[in-house]
Design a protein around this ligand. Structure first.
Ligand code: BG6
Length: 350
């Protein structure tokens, strides 16, 4: 639909000195995203095109970028020497909510992995930009996306919640995934061999998006404790409220050198924040492009997911209100398993 609209805008002269805002989905694979970019460029120069990924308008997502580059304590450990693995979970405890027809065309990989999830990976993994202008930041983001190899179907688990096929607009034999778990790597000096896991799905037990950056264990177990896996990590809770925390071990009072998990938390209530679309539409009207997805990034995102689109791997049924098919656990079993977000109540709420 974007194509005919853009052509119409050009033919009527409305594209002259104008800006265009494009909502996702931006194409449905690498080839269609490329041809859509060509159509757009026939009427609008790249700086006049504002491709929305509403995740970028979210305050907690901007906080990931800010927290990384406003604190020097993070930099020495933010690499393969200290980080064991990174995982992102985007869980929703509801189904396709009347959007069955749209979802049949999309599926979880196109709907949220290609865009929101890969943008989070880029923010977590990118190098510091040389400035704060929109192209300096977006140059670094695309540089890291370029270093991500295409997804391997053997490292992707697709799931479909039981009951999806009875939703309005959904085919009785639909193979579309409402859940996806993927493993990716980033071929840079900073990230070589650090696995990045993404898991996103509908009808999961909670609604929350959370990043967990797991740190390596100390080189020796000085206290002889059998520490539980995943006892030292950073958490970035993106929704339902903002929370950044460092989970660490501290001594339990008493004569024995025994530890417990403690959480050092920075959190705030999201009461007075601008809604993502409010922020993004304001930025687009001012011509400020930092929070929009540039042509090269959107094509890189499609390049990464292209080999796993469609029915290249089987879709596995899961029971609503569970964490997806058991195969998703196997995908990450060698790296200590998934952190299941349990956001609790926002700070200050009773
Ligand atoms: C949209 C997807 O882009 O993001 C939806 O199409 C998803 O399927 C939504 O529910 C989640 O965004 P938010 O801001 O509601 O967490």
């Amino acid at each position: 639909m974007f194509g005919p609209v853009v052509e119409g805008l050009e033919q009527s002269g409305s594209a002259n000195n104008a800006r265009v805002i494009i909502e996702k989905p931006f194409g449905r694979d690498f080839a269609s995203a490329q041809s859509l970019n060509q159509i757009l460029h026939s009427a609008f120069p790249e700086p006049a095109i504002f491709r929305i990924d509403h995740y970028l308008g979210k305050e907690p997502v901007q906080n990931v970028f800010y927290f990384r580059f406003a604190n020097s304590f993070l930099e020495p450990i933010w690499n393969r020497n200290y980080i064991e693995s990174v995982q992102i979970t985007m869980a929703e405890n509801f189904g396709v909510s009347g959007r069955g027809k749209f979802y049949e065309e999309a599926g979880a990989i196109r709907d949220v992995v290609q865009n929101h999830m890969l943008q989070l990976v880029a923010l977590l993994a990118m190098e510091a930009p040389s400035g704060v202008d929109s192209d300096a930041i977006r140059d670094e983001k695309v540089r890291i996306l370029k270093a991500i190899p295409q997804l391997d179907p053997a490292r992707v688990v697709r799931g479909q919640y039981r009951g999806y096929r009875q939703e309005d607009g959904v085919a009785a034999d639909s193979q579309v995934e409402t859940f996806a778990a993927v493993k990716l790597t980033i071929d840079t000096w900073r990230w070589a061999d650090v696995p990045f896991y993404i898991r996103a799905g509908k009808c999961l037990p909670v609604t929350a998006t959370e990043i967990a950056v797991e740190l390596k264990r100390p080189p020796q177990a000085v206290f002889g404790e059998v520490e539980p896996p995943q006892s030292n990590y950073y958490h970035f809770l993106i929704s339902p409220f903002v929370k950044i925390s460092l989970v660490a071990r501290a001594k339990v009072p008493g004569e024995i050198m025994r530890g417990e998990e403690v959480e050092l938390v920075a959190a705030h209530q999201a009461s007075d924040e601008m809604a993502p679309y409010e922020r993004l539409l304001g930025d687009a009207m001012r011509g400020e492009g930092t929070l929009f997805v540039r042509e090269d990034s959107v094509e890189e995102e499609w390049r990464i997911v292209d080999p796993v689109l469609g029915n290249v791997s089987p879709v596995l049924e899961y029971t609503p209100n569970t964490w997806g098919p058991p195969e998703a656990e196997q995908l990450i079993a060698g790296d200590g398993g998934w952190h299941n977000p349990a956001p609790g109540v926002p700070p200050g709420a009773s």
